[in-house]
Design a protein around this ligand. Structure first.
Ligand SMILES: Cc1cc2nc3c(=O)[nH]c(=O)nc-3n(C[C@H](O)[C@H](O)[C@H](O)COP(=O)(O)OP(=O)(O)OC[C@H]3O[C@@H](n4cnc5c(N)ncnc54)[C@H](O)[C@@H]3O)c2cc1C
Length: 474
């Protein structure tokens, strides 16, 4: 009988074994399955923290595969060349992968698929990153959604396939192709000494993600609607880092949320709505990829945002604006790789409105520092706050970080957690910031807390004046 030929499983942002349609389809072909991850331009482009966090995820996935008698093969290069070369080397007859939706990934995958088909190799992509792929959700007139609420109403009662278990066995080839060593990639090098500080704040891999989801559904989803607004407590799921690398599937999250909803958990619907914000971001990125680089509303092109004065932008990045909510948030991100959603909105508003700096400057810094960096959610979040994006907060809605902090952090827990200067006994987390930042910044917890970069009232006045001016011009 003819020996079944191998299938390549090309892994990207689907670094798990459960609820993995591409893996299941590869196993179902009957022959050996060769999981491969390629360090290509999409990896090289990642920010320092995202790249480092990806390395942790790959390390864990390699261990999970090894526990099932399989391996993770690592190769470096352009996927357009690496995949056909691996096919030739292993005699594989098929390549399976999970779809991505950013323009560069779409172009790359299209090329790979065309080349494989040309060579007579089966090339099959699957959905595993989203609940509702962008082309499956349409408005009544057949277009895409530009506003979130109608999209939520359109999808909330849709049938979402139940998550599927990991295959019990992943058939291995008799001979494995060579793999590069993860350590040789030095994928976390740009994190420098920040890596050791940031590491304890990461929840890496599929098992940890499932545990986290379980704990959130057991204890966190009930009070979520209110708790999600309090940056000083762990009131949200924390699953963004796992979703972004595909360590957990959105379907697994959705079904856990649905069960909680049916059991009467108060915050469950609100949490499902947040999962759909992620879908909305992908919907927008697919249908209007310019959201990643340009004002989504071109009428904003005339707005006088600047790249900012270097010293001022550096102080924003360092969390030294002299505005405690902004500074606490920027330091939280530097130390943990994440930032509370309300804090993200405040620091983005402060940069684009009080400081009048272009949202792209902030978006790029987030891309460098976030371990939950997601191309679609980051771009949508920045354009939403700046006022130039889809369904955006109006520009004249300028967050006041002082009243926001008083309202959402009345006990001062968030500011205490992240700001050491001026504290008699700074918290360990606030001190850890100084161990994470580059020594060249010359920062010390004993320094005086900086005076405000710009008065909040003055910054607000200036931003509103620019906004009025823009209206005259358009
Ligand atoms: C300026 C700005 C930049 C952002 N950049 C990112 C980013 O790079 N990566 C990222 O994952 N999220 C980003 N967000 C969205 C949001 O802040 C995070 O998803 C959230 O803080 C993650 O925490 P959590 O996992 O505990 O979320 P939960 O509150 O538990 O929500 C569950 C999941 O829903 C999704 N979600 C929640 N809120 C949003 C939202 N506003 N937009 C899109 N999806 C959402 C996330 O996948 C999240 O993990 C950004 C928001 C803003 C305002």
């Amino acid at each position: 009988m003819e020996q079944k030929r191998a299938t390549l499983l090309w892994l990207r942002r689907d670094l798990r074994l459960g609820d993995h349609p591409a893996l299941l389809a590869a196993c179902a072909r009957g022959g050996p399955v060769i999981p491969v991850f390629i360090h290509d331009a999409s990896v090289a482009r990642l920010g320092a923290a995202a790249k480092w966090r990806l390395g942790l995820s790959l390390g864990q996935l390699a261990r999970d595969l090894a526990a099932r008698g399989s391996r993770l093969i690592l190769r470096r290069g352009d996927a357009r060349a690496v995949i056909p070369a691996l096919v030739a080397e292993t005699g594989a007859r098929a390549v399976h992968w999970s779809r991505l939706y950013d323009p560069q990934a779409i172009a790359r995958d299209r090329d790979v698929k065309a080349a494989l088909k040309e060579a007579g190799i089966e090339a099959q992509s699957h959905n595993s990153h989203l609940l509702f792929e962008p082309w499956t959700v349409e408005t009544g007139t057949g277009g895409f959604y530009r506003v979130y609420s109608p999209m939520w109403r359109a999808v909330k009662d849709r049938e979402v396939p139940a998550p599927q278990a990991a295959p019990p066995r992943i058939p291995a080839p008799e001979t494995w192709p060579d793999s590069e060593a993860l350590d040789d990639w030095r994928i976390g090098a740009a994190m420098d000494r920040g890596a050791a500080v940031c590491a304890p704040h990461q929840c890496v891999g599929e098992a940890a993600a499932l545990d986290r989801l379980g704990a959130f559904v057991a204890h966190g989803i009930g009070p979520y609607k209110e708790a999600r607004n309090t940056p000083g407590i762990a009131g949200t799921s924390g699953l963004s880092e796992n979703l972004t690398y595909g360590e957990i599937s959105p379907r697994t999250c959705w079904h856990a949320g649905l069960v909680a909803l049916h059991e009467g958990a108060q915050g469950a619907e609100h949490w499902l709505k947040e999962l759909v914000w992620r879908e909305f971001a992908y919907h927008l990125m697919y249908h209007t990829p310019e959201i990643l680089t340009r004002n989504w509303r071109p009428e904003w092109d005339a707005f006088p945002w600047s790249d900012g004065e270097a010293g001022a932008v550096l102080r924003w990045k360092q969390g030294r604006t002299g505005v405690p909510f902004v500074d606490a948030a920027m330091r939280e991100m530097y130390v943990t790789g994440k930032m509370h959603n309300r804090a993200r909105m405040n620091v983005a508003s402060y940069l684009t409105k009080h400081m009048m700096v272009h949202w792209r400057v902030g978006m790029d810094w987030f891309a460098d520092c976030l371990t939950d960096w997601d191309p679609a959610s980051n771009a949508m979040g920045w354009q939403w706050v700046a006022g130039c994006g889809p369904d955006a907060a109006p520009y004249f809605r300028i967050f006041n970080p002082e009243t926001q902090l008083a309202r959402f952090d009345p006990e001062g827990a968030y500011a205490r957690a992240w700001i050491a200067e001026g504290q008699a006994r700074p918290s360990a987390s606030a001190l850890s910031y100084f161990d994470a930042v580059p020594r060249s910044w010359g920062l010390d917890p004993g320094d005086p807390y900086p005076a405000p970069l710009i008065g909040l009232a003055e910054g607000r006045r200036r931003a509103l004046a620019a906004y009025e001016q823009r209206e005259v011009r358009t």
